[in-house]
Design a binder for this molecule. Structure first.
Ligand SMILES: CC(C)(COP(=O)(O)OP(=O)(O)OC[C@H]1O[C@@H](n2cnc3c(N)ncnc32)[C@H](O)[C@@H]1OP(=O)(O)O)[C@@H](O)C(=O)NCCC(=O)NCCS
Length: 155
C-alpha cells in the first residue's frame, strides 16, 4: 500500500537521492539537502513498505500562482499511479491554500495532461518563475514545456 504524507527530516536522504538520479539525466533541477530541509513543510512523499518511493513539492510564487517542483518516482515503481497521487496531493494543497493556478515546467507533457494540466505559453509566466533557472545548465536553451492546472474550475 502507498501512503502519501508530508515529508519528515528522516526522509531527506531518500528524497535527495531520487532527485539526484533524475537531475543527472537532465530531467529536473538538482536540489541541495539544505534546500530540502528549508522547504520540508512543502514537500510530500510517497511511502511504500516504510521506504520513500516518490516525492513532490509545492512552491508558492505569489497570491495566485504556485509551482509543483521536484516530482520524482523511483524507477522501479513507475507507472503504478504513484506520480499521479503525488500530483493530486499537491493540487489539493494548492486548493486548500486558495491559490488559483498551479504550474509545472516539464518534459512529461502526457503524464501531466493525465493529471488535468494543460499546455500554456511560457512567455506569460512572471519573471519570478525563472529565478531558479540561473542554476540550470540549460538556462539559455530551455526546452521545458509550461503546463498549468486551474484549481478554480470555470462554470
Ligand atoms: C513523470 C513521473 C513522475 C511519472 O510517475 P509515475 O508514477 O510513473 O506516473 P503514474 O503511474 O502516476 O502515471 C499516471 C498516468 O500517466 C502515464 N504516464 C506516466 N509517465 C508517462 C510518460 N513518461 N509518458 C507518457 N505517459 C506517462 C501513465 O501511463 C498513467 O496513465 P493512465 O492513467 O492512463 O494509466 C516519473 O516517471 C518520474 O519520476 N520521472 C522522472 C522525473 C521527472 O521527469 N519528473 C517530472 C519533472 S516535472
Amino acid at each position: 500500500m502507498i501512503q502519501i504524507r508530508k515529508a519528515k527530516v528522516s526522509d531527506v536522504e531518500a528524497i535527495f537521492d531520487l532527485i539526484q538520479l533524475y537531475a543527472e539525466q537532465g530531467l529536473l533541477l538538482a536540489r541541495t539537502r539544505e534546500s530540502l530541509y528549508q522547504n520540508l513543510q512543502a514537500i510530500f512523499v510517497a511511502v511504500k513498505d516504510n521506504k520513500v518511493v516518490g516525492s513532490a513539492s509545492l512552491h508558492i510564487l505569489d497570491k495566485q500562482l504556485a509551482e509543483i517542483r521536484s516530482l520524482v518516482v523511483a524507477e522501479d515503481q513507475g507507472k503504478l499511479g504513484i506520480g499521479k497521487r503525488l500530483v493530486e496531493k499537491v493540487v489539493d494543497e494548492t486548493k486548500n491554500l486558495e491559490i488559483d493556478k498551479l504550474i509545472s515546467l516539464t518534459y512529461q507533457v502526457e503524464f501531466f495532461s493525465k493529471c488535468g494540466f494543460e499546455v500554456t505559453v511560457k512567455d506569460t509566466m512572471p519573471q519570478k518563475v525563472w529565478i531558479d533557472c540561473i542554476h540550470c545548465p540549460k538556462l539559455h536553451n530551455c526546452d521545458e514545456i509550461a503546463m498549468v492546472y486551474y484549481t478554480k474550475q470555470l462554470v
